[in-house]
Design a protein around this ligand. Structure first.
Ligand SMILES: Nc1ncnc2c1ncn2[C@@H]1O[C@H](COP(=O)(O)OP(=O)(O)O)[C@@H](O)[C@H]1O
Ligand SMILES: [Mg+2]
Length: 376
């Protein structure tokens, strides 16, 4: 039998996913050391979670993966915990090191907008949420964290513009509709963005969060990419988020993925503020008759099951597409339309949910919901 090698151990560890993610612990940079002495294996892990259950899950998965290798005997896992970088709260003076070190966003609320699937209207919700908050006189920042499909430059009417660096070298966000905006899209050509790999995405997002001169903010809205990947993990471990708004359309495929996103945010201890149902109905522009294109009740049942509120529902409105593409979000273009009012109401409900403070996240399986789902 050939002796066990460190390479073989690392390869086995590269097949251990981080709980809640499809990515493995090696590519996340969590494996800090591997030593093999005879049949004894020692693995050093650096985790950022404060949840002992998650740490235990990782430890057990590592022991199982390594023990299965031929030639492996005792497996010793050493866990080291690293907390998220602490950022000054709103109004608090930055720490002395801030002259060289990143300042980070100083915001009373850091609100993520997430979805399981792409194309459900997440960025449209994020942009309109930000503009609706700004229209209330709040100081609002917008971070477009979707490296593979940055849409903020288009949706805020800023395509082709580049942020400049202030005297201290920190880039300053661009402004539109009263919102300070930072996007991957300002830095990369659209066609280059897709080749970015995990660790680079993480580093870039950290820079956007920490090195950009956001100034004083009431709310920072973060538009996440769809799914449960690098951006979600990096951000939830770099700053303390107030919570996330999860967007879904009322069809089962979108909702299954939305529930996965909810489970993932709860695993990384980010409170889920509520669900937004987008494209909830279509109103005939001629006779005002409402048609529920996808059917009704699915998102309500998911919200009840997950014990999160519905923050709002938005109708299908074909004009929203043209307005988004023209860089004028519907809350600015037509605040009194059904869609405009829906986004404004979502902004209010989101602030209320953020203020209500977030009940400690309770992990809940999504299995129960889908066992019942479909059986009426
Ligand atoms: N309520 C709505 N009515 C009509 N079109 C919408 C609505 N919400 C979003 N859209 C359109 O759907 C497409 C996808 O929306 P987007 O916000 O980019 O989704 P995501 O960020 O989830 O991928 C865009 O063309 C957008 O203008
Ligand atoms: Mg998007």
């Amino acid at each position: 039998m050939p002796p066990l090698t460190e390479d073989a151990v690392r390869q086995a560890l590269a097949r251990v996913p981080y709980p809640g993610f499809s990515r493995d612990i090696v590519s996340f940079g969590m494996v800090r050391s591997v030593t093999v002495e005879g049949d004894r294996v020692r693995v050093g892990l650096l985790l950022t979670t404060a949840d002992p259950a998650v740490a235990d899950q990782v430890r057990e998965a590592v022991v199982a993966a390594v023990s299965a290798l031929s030639g492996a005997g005792a497996v010793d896992v050493q866990l080291q915990r690293q907390g998220p970088a602490r950022l000054p709260a709103a109004g608090e003076a930055p720490p002395p090191a801030a002259a060289q070190a990143p300042a980070g966003p100083r915001a009373a609320h850091i609100l993520g907008v997430a979805s399981g699937k792409g194309g459900v209207g997440k960025s449209t919700v994020a942009v309109n949420l930000a503009v609706a908050l700004a229209r209330q006189g709040r100081r609002v920042g917008f971070l477009d964290a979707d490296v593979h499909g940055p849409s903020a430059p288009l949706m805020f009417g800023l395509e082709g513009q580049k942020p400049y660096a202030g005297d201290d070298g920190h880039p300053t966000p661009l402004e539109a509709h009263g919102v300070r905006i930072m996007s991957m899209g300002f830095f990369v050509e659209r066609d280059n963005a897709v080749i970015w790999r995990g660790p680079i995405v993480g580093n870039f997002i950290r820079q956007l969060l920490l090195e950009v001169d956001w100034g004083e903010l009431d709310d920072l809205v973060i538009d996440f990419p769809p799914g449960t990947g690098d951006a979600q993990l990096t951000i939830s471990q770099t700053i303390k988020m107030t919570g996330v708004v999860v967007v879904s359309t009322p069809n089962d495929l979108a909702l299954i993925d939305a529930l996965k996103a909810i489970a993932m945010f709860r695993k990384v201890e980010v409170p889920v503020l509520g669900l937004v149902e987008n494209m909830a109905w279509f109103e005939c522009p001629h006779c005002q008759e409402r048609t529920d294109i996808f059917g009704r009740g699915l998102v309500d049942r998911a919200a009840a099951e997950q014990e999160v509120p519905i923050l709002g529902r938005i109708p299908i409105d074909p004009q929203v597409v043209a307005e988004s593409d023209a860089g004028v979000p519907v809350v600015a273009a037509r605040p009194e339309s059904a869609a405009g009012r829906a986004y404004t109401a979502i902004a209010e409900a989101t602030l209320a949910a953020a203020a209500a403070g977030s009940a400690p996240p309770r992990p809940r399986g999504i299995g129960a919901f889908f066992d019942r789902f479909g059986k009426g």
